[in-house]
Design a protein around this ligand. Structure first.
Ligand code: BDR
Ligand code: CA
Length: 310
């Protein structure tokens, strides 16, 4: 088997982050060095508790680190309409026995990058506050990071506003730091993740696995289905965050196009928009591989393969 990829998964655990954690933890291709948590879908105490609950319930032993509890400069924005008041509406968990490590997530990211000999991949699936803070505190770690594969942004429509995707909207200044980092970067935006809808057929395939984590995943997807139906009128909910994890597992799971991406920081209407130079009109150096087309068969096989291992 090919070499495992060392990753840090940086999450704001809501429903799709939870499934991203479950998929990453059992992927043969991944060496999950740690899970860092940020505020986003809910406040940090809630996203941390959700992450610990998932790891506890699924017996995932990767260390969990609490990170930043608010965006770099903006007021906090959360998503109770999508993920519920707890950030992980639907299933109930016993109080997690697992606890967060003492080290701050940002310190862990810095240390791990410095020790990784250029092999570390960052996989952020929430607002980019932890990652940007690490880069701001220790700029030299940027040379040590192999790649960033993030979920966020869109070259088309937004989801928190008509223009902007949630993760980037919540902390646009942090996003600009990350897109300016000159680290090879894959932007897994809504244009791609909306191709990853968990249809009834997919839910049935997961149910048939017949293990407690597959059952938990179905429960999470069912809650998500309801909020996506209410908010967006979608029949099936898109599993955004597992798409970024899947890209680390199999490079061919989706196609990308190289382009320059900048973040709108000043406008009222377009705050947090990922301005993607799809047609290279600015002639600026590209800074991102933007996700375009999902190979759905590969994607669901990756998700289901990991879930079958519980
Ligand atoms: C992103 O926002 C969150 O609600 C999801 O977890 C995902 O990371 C999609 O816009
Ligand atoms: Ca997320």
């Amino acid at each position: 088997m090919s070499k495992k990829e060392k990753i840090i998964l940086d999450v704001d655990t809501g429903h799709d982050d939870a499934i991203a954690v479950l998929v990453a933890a059992k992927a043969e291709k991944i060496d999950l060095r740690g899970i860092t948590v940020v505020s986003g879908n809910q406040t940090l105490p809630k996203t941390l508790k959700n992450t610990l609950s998932i790891c506890d319930f699924a017996k995932i032993d990767a260390p969990v680190y609490a990170g930043m509890d608010r965006p770099l400069v903006r007021e906090q924005v959360t998503a109770p309409d999508i993920h519920g008041e707890s950030g992980l509406g639907g299933p109930t968990f016993p109080a997690p026995a697992k606890t967060a490590e003492d080290k701050q997530a940002v310190d862990f990211i810095i240390e791990e990058a410095l020790n990784s000999e250029g092999e570390l991949i960052l996989v952020p699936t929430g607002p980019l506050t932890n990652i940007a803070t690490a880069f701001n505190l220790k700029p030299k770690i940027k040379e040590k990071i192999k790649k960033i594969v993030l979920m966020g942004g869109a070259y088309g429509l937004g989801n928190i506003t008509p223009s902007a995707e949630f993760n980037i909207y919540v902390d646009p200044e942090a996003a600009q730091v990350v897109f300016d980092s000159q680290i090879p970067l894959v932007m897994t935006g809504l244009d791609l993740t909306h191709q990853a809808k968990a249809t009834q057929k997919i839910i049935n395939r997961i149910s048939e696995l017949d293990n407690r984590i597959a059952d938990l995943s179905v429960e999470l997807i069912e809650f998500f289905r309801q909020t996506y139906k209410n908010t967006f009128g979608f029949d099936s909910p898109p599993l955004h965050d597992p798409c970024a994890v899947a890209k680390v597992i199999d490079e061919d799971v989706f196609s990308t196009k190289e382009m320059r991406v900048d973040i709108e920081l000043n406008s009222q209407l377009n705050r947090g928009r990922t301005v993607c130079d799809f047609y290279n009109r600015t002639k600026k150096e590209p800074n991102a591989e933007v996700a375009i087309n999902l190979n759905k068969e590969k994607f669901w096989n990756i998700v289901i393969k990991s879930l079958s291992k519980y």
